[in-house]
Design a protein. Sequence first.
Length: 76
Amino acid sequence: MSHAAPILLTVSTLALVVASLCFPASDRPDIDGLMWTRTRWHAEAAALAATPWWQNYRIQSMVLLLITAAIVITFR
């Protein structure tokens, strides 16, 4: 049962990405920000390239994930 949260996170993330890739972009501006596209990913990556590594939220997320994993493994 201790693996339920990571499994659910993985499944829901995959569902979000697959659904965003399978269905065409909508003309509705109210849901436009909810759709994941490669164009949006690359544009954001280009914008983040100019920021220092400690201000990049993607790197911060990975560091937080690694720290959390280390704590969970340590106190297992």
